[in-house]
Design a protein around this ligand. Structure first.
Ligand SMILES: NC(=O)C1=CN([C@@H]2O[C@H](COP(=O)(O)OP(=O)(O)OC[C@H]3O[C@@H](n4cnc5c(N)ncnc54)[C@H](OP(=O)(O)O)[C@@H]3O)[C@@H](O)[C@H]2O)C=CC1
Ligand SMILES: CC(C)(CO)C(=O)C(=O)O
Length: 340
């Protein structure tokens, strides 16, 4: 059982904003007693308030089971529906996790933000006025665009970004599955964050997950963006696992155009020249290595959630507009996914 006490007397805390799959994964693996979740700001007044008998009692702790060791037959399937057959009983390493919903922001020494890209700004708007100016903030969002919005809004704060290939999903409300081990890269986005990188990496590495500092985190985010832009929309539109896109007509007809657009954008944005064929090879290597995965975008569509398309192919369309580069394939994929 991983458990953290209520805030009083527990010293400095790592707060997690976004108690979803990724947030719960870090929370469960961080040293016990040092971690808690920040609730949605609008729910704050319900926490810790005495309630009348007619009211629903507020949840003061977030409880779930972490399934760390998925049976090999399920492990490669990653996100989504396929994992539904994984139950806490079927793995050999289930941990019961019980962590507090934080009521005060006083002793927060590190803030991990694990909301979806589209929710990040609003989630931070609610909490940052209550969090000390020198508390490092680590953004875990996939795609690009949300990070820039945060640093433009709070340029003085120490803001870092993380790019991670860990895989976590929630097949049912009380169960978190660590579906795939990966690597996490952390680097500074604002000037005042540079001094915090080493200590953030050290704290995150206490989970036992692989965590490294990255001097050029934007480049890492771009590398992941390329792969997500070349796999996720096709899986969502074709409603298929990652590997199945490769033989499809939609993919075959559009991948070269997509890679040419991304290659031009990459050079315009980062000065890195990477040939379209190299980008295609990178995309296809990941698609083959994760062939039976349900991508996060397909999983969002299947669950009726808003996708992160605006921060992946949609972001590339916006980049194209800034640089005068035509992006018809990214535009088509964005519009079609938005329409799902
Ligand atoms: N899951 C993974 O393995 C990986 C995820 N990522 C990236 O990490 C990010 C999070 O992904 P994931 O954990 O899967 O997403 P989830 O949807 O599982 O989690 C997001 C969480 O944020 C919460 N949230 C939304 N708005 C607010 C708010 N205003 N205040 C507080 N909490 C809020 C949601 O609450 P509610 O449920 O109530 O809506 C939800 O619990 C995404 O950008 C994703 O691309 C990157 C690599 C791997
Ligand atoms: C690499 C990939 C496509 C793996 O499924 C992913 O990151 C995602 O699903 O968002």
């Amino acid at each position: 059982m991983v458990s953290a006490g209520n805030q009083s007397g527990s010293g400095e805390l790592i707060a997690i904003l976004g108690a979803g799959s990724l947030g719960r994964l870090w929370a469960a693996l961080l040293p016990s007693g040092r971690c808690g979740f920040l609730p949605r700001r609008e729910n704050v007044s319900r926490l810790g308030r005495s309630v009348s008998r007619q009211d629903v009692p507020p949840e003061t702790r977030c409880e779930y089971v972490l399934v760390r060791s998925v049976p090999p037959s399920l492990a490669p399937q990653g996100f989504g529906r396929d994992i539904l057959t994984a139950s806490p009983e079927s793995g050999d390493a289930c941990i019961h996790v019980s962590l507090p919903w934080l009521e005060s922001t006083k002793s927060i020494e590190l803030l991990l933000v694990t909301t979806k890209a589209g929710d990040t700004l609003e989630a931070l708007e609610g909490w940052l006025p209550h969090i000390p100016m020198d508390t490092p903030i680590v953004l875990f969002q996939n795609g690009l665009g949300s990070q820039r919005a945060v640093i433009e809004r709070w340029p003085e704060r120490p803001v870092l970004a993380a790019s991670t290939t860990e895989g976590a999903n929630r097949p049912s409300p009380g169960v978190l599955v660590h579906a795939g081990a990966g690597v996490t890269w952390v680097g500074a986005l604002t000037a005042s964050a540079a001094d915090h990188t080493a200590s953030v990496v050290r704290q995150l590495a206490e989970t036992g997950l692989q965590v490294h500092g990255e001097a050029n985190i934007l480049q890492r985010l771009w590398q992941k963006l390329v792969v997500n832009a070349g796999i996720n929309p096709f899986t969502a539109l074709l409603d298929c696992p990652n590997g199945d896109i490769l033989a499809s007509a939609l993919y075959q007809q559009n991948i070269d155009g997509l890679c040419s657009e991304i290659s031009a954008l990459l050079e315009a944005e980062t000065s890195e020249a990477v040939a379209p064929e190299v980008l295609r090879e990178r995309i296809e290597t990941v698609a083959r290595n994760t062939a039976s995965n349900t991508s996060s975008m397909r999983a969002d569509v299947m669950a009726g959630r808003k996708t992160e398309i605006d921060f992946i192919n949609g972001y590339l369309v916006q980049c194209g507009k800034r640089h005068g580069i035509a992006t018809p394939v990214n535009q088509m994929l964005t519009e079609r996914v938005q329409g799902l």
